[in-house]
Structure formats: C-alpha cells, structure tokens
Design a protein around this ligand. Structure first.
Ligand code: NAP
Length: 407
C-alpha cells in the first residue's frame, strides 16, 4: 500500500494500492448545527486509519436518509458529542451517511471475505463481531455494542473514503448499479427484516400488508419486497399521483390519507370524539377490504410515521397480526387503545435495520426477482445539503442518493 499527499478531487479515484492522506468530506460541527443547509460543509480531513477488523472503502454512491437531518439539527442527540463512544476516536466533526456502495481500498488483517478491488455495499448496522453473545448465536441487532454507522458512529458515507467493519459489508447484487445498490440497501434490508424476521408473524403467501408512506423510500422498497415474497401490498399515501406510482410498483391499491382526519394521539379525545375516531378508522379498514376484494385485514402493518398513525395501524391489523415499526417520522410520543392489542391478540414489534443474514437473503431476492429500487433523484456530491432538505420536505418519491465517485 502506498500513501500519497496528492489531493484527489471528488470523482477522481486513486489507483488501487494508493491511499491519499487527505480526503474531502461533508462534515457537521457543533457551531453549525441547525439545518442540513447550514450544518453540512465540505472540509479536507484525514483519511481514517483502519483497524484489523476494518476496511477502507472508496465511496461511489450513498443513500440519503433521516439520520443526516437529525444529525444536522443535533436532536434527538448531538452526534458530535457522542461520536467517540462507538469504536472511533473522539473528533470535533462528524461525517454522516449510513448507506453506501463503493470499492474496497484496504483491508485489515482480520478481514476474511473481502479483498482490495471488491465492489461492496455498506449498511448502517455496526457492532462488535467478537461479542460473546453474538458468537453464541444472538441476533447482532440485539447486541449492546450495536449502533448505526454514520449517525452514532463517525466516518460515515458522505466522504471520499469511509472506515467500516466487515460486519457491515455485503456484495452488490449483480443486477444493480452503484447508485441502485446504495439506494436499495438500507430501505430494502429494513423492509425485508420487518417482513421476515419476526417468527409467528412472517409474511406468508397471499398475506395482506399495509404499507404507510407507500411512495417513500421505505414504502416503495417494501411494496416491491412484499410482491417478491408473494404478499399483497396496500399502500397509504397523501395523493392520487403517489398512489398510482405505488400501483405501478406492485401495490394492489392505495388509500389517500388526506381523505381521513383521525390522526394523532387518542388519549386526549372525549368519548364523542373517540366514537367519531372509531367510525373513521372503521371506514379506513373497509377501504383496505375493498382494495383486497374480501374482508381480509392486514397480517402485517408496516409502520413508520409513528404518533399520527399508530392507533389506526393497530385498529386495522388482522387478529393475531403484527404492527411492525421502524421509525416515527411524525413523533415518537404515541399512544394506543390497549383493547385492540390484547382482545385481538395483535403484536406491536419494533424492527431496526437488518443483520448480514437479512442482507444476504434480501440481495438473493433482489437478484432472483430482478428488483430495481425506485430512485427519486440522483444528486451530485455538491448537492448533499439540498438532498437532505428535499427528503425533509418530501420533494420526491422513492429513494434519494448522491454520487461520490463521479465528477
Ligand atoms: N429503523 C430503520 O432501520 C429504518 C430504516 C429506513 C427508514 N426508517 C424510517 O422510516 C421512515 C420512512 O423513511 P423513508 O426513507 O421512507 O422516508 P420518506 O421517503 O420521507 O417517506 C416517508 C413517507 O411517510 C409518509 N408520511 C410522512 N408523514 C406522515 C404522517 N404524519 N402520516 C402518515 N404518513 C406520513 C409520507 O408519505 P405520504 O405523504 O404520501 O403519506 C412520506 O413519503 C423514517 O422515519 C425513517 O427514519 C427506519
């Protein structure tokens, strides 16, 4: 390996075997916290050194997600203050980005599967692979050492190079480009785990799945995955145009949520208001039955808006079914009517990211069914703050990605 003081511009790649000492990165610093437009700035920083179980990746493309928005705002946590807590040295800057595709430029001596020159996908779930409980068979997503790369941990994907652990890496599906691979990984693996991981409530052939935010990054990916796994996706969206896109991507139909008004917490409603809430939620459930063509309620509800929708998700879920939740875009302070949980023996299950096993199975599915993620927009490297602002404003459907290895 040769180290060089030469500065490579974004889009230029050093030859394999050559590693620059400095790289361009979009950094966040404490004094700039507030919004993606102010918080993110390009700086020249040191290329991180790798440890024995780590790889140095030359990023080609990276997915945009809410982690960058929250990190820019500094809420619910200040990522700069805590970035030394997760296998990294403490720095006064933070490099975000939790989903990437790129090329391996260096490997530590304990890395087994990958070699310099391999094209790989990097996911956000990072953990200590030597954790005794994991070695004994525990799901790594339950490990105390697990955290999200590029949010809780530093040296994420929004840089020319990233330092990652082998347990974050998977091969790129043969049918995908670098941009598609970066777009597919996080939402695809998250959706796949939500549908396949939770024993007793895994997706079965012909099951109905309600997908909130059907035209969003996670939503479109979930619709494709449900179809590929033999289920019947029903999308919820905020416009007919988005609904038609969901149908094009495989949804059996859609519900325009703007036609309903029973959103948010239920515990502050008066008895009269709550009766009205039940009437609205019942109408919503009947729309699902109408789309499906029979009185078949969702076996799985894929939930992520949180506060606004959780009471409805639980109400419309089939008996013995599962509301599986991976986020809370509208607020994490939600409430529910507990009767619908125990009387109908439904389950609320949290789900977060996915393991290497989930990722491997998802990539197999992507190849077997020739799934291509729906990319709303591919941004140039220089447009990274705008990409986050667009995500926050829901400016595009589908997944947003930036190019890094392209001029
Ligand atoms: N835990 C994990 O591993 C993981 C992984 C990926 C994503 N997530 C989370 O999943 C969520 C969605 O991510 P994404 O990338 O799909 O975002 P996205 O592209 O912005 O899509 C989210 C969609 O949710 C819908 N939505 C927003 N607010 C809503 C509300 N109050 N009520 C109902 N629907 C609402 C919107 O669709 P309409 O306006 O059309 O309804 C929006 O398009 C985020 O909270 C994200 O953090 C978690």
């Amino acid at each position: 390996m040769v180290y060089t003081d030469k500065i490579y511009e974004v889009g230029e790649r050093p030859p394999l075997g050559v590693i620059p000492r400095k790289m361009y990165a979009w950094t966040i610093r404490n004094e700039r916290l507030g919004s993606p437009e102010t918080a993110f700035q390009v700086e020249l920083v040191d290329v991180p050194e790798i440890r024995d179980d780590e790889l140095l990746i030359c990023n080609m493309s990276a997915g945009i997600n809410y982690n960058g928005i929250w990190a820019s705002k500094g809420v619910p946590k200040n990522v700069i203050d805590s970035n030394g807590d997760y296998f990294d040295e403490k720095q006064d800057f933070h490099i975000c980005g939790s989903e990437s595709s790129g090329i391996v430029y260096a490997v530590g001596k304990d890395v087994q599967k990958y070699r310099v020159g391999d094209a790989i996908c990097v996911g956000g779930l990072k953990y200590d692979a030597k954790d005794k409980a994991i070695l004994a068979g525990m799901d790594p997503c339950f490990s105390a050492s697990y955290h999200i790369w590029g949010y809780e941990g530093n040296y994420g994907a929004f840089a020319q190079f990233s330092r990652v652990k082998e347990c974050q890496c998977v091969r790129i599906a043969k049918n995908l480009t670098f941009e598609e691979a970066a777009a597919a990984y996080a939402t695809g693996v998250t959706a796949y785990r939500m549908l396949s991981r939770w024993e007793g409530n895994t997706l079965q052939q012909g099951d109905v799945v309600l997908v909130w935010g059907g035209a969003g990054g996670l939503g479109l990916s979930a619709i494709q995955t449900v179809v590929a796994m033999g289920g019947i996706p029903v999308a919820v969206v905020s416009s007919d145009e988005k609904g038609e896109l969901c149908k094009k991507m495989g949804a059996a139909g859609y519900i325009n949520r703007k036609k309903f008004h029973h959103w948010g917490n239920v515990n502050q409603l008066s008895e009269r208001e709550y009766r009205n809430w039940i009437a609205q939620a019942t109408k919503f459930k009947r729309m699902i039955w109408k789309i499906v063509g029979e009185k078949k309620s969702p076996a799985i509800v894929l939930e992520h808006p949180g506060k606004d929708t959780l009471p409805t998700s639980l109400f419309v879920c089939g008996n013995g079914g599962m509301v599986v939740l991976c986020g809370a875009t509208s607020s994490y302070k939600a409430d529910i009517d507990l009767r619908f949980l125990w009387l109908n023996q439904r389950r609320i299950q949290g789900s977060h990211a996915g393991t290497l096993e989930d990722a491997d199975k998802y990539i197999d599915l992507v190849e077997r069914k020739d799934i291509h993620p729906y990319i709303g927009k591919v941004y140039h490297w220089s447009e990274l703050p705008q990409a986050h602002a667009d995500l926050e404003n829901h400016a595009y459907n589908g997944k947003l990605v930036i190019q890094i290895g392209v001029k």
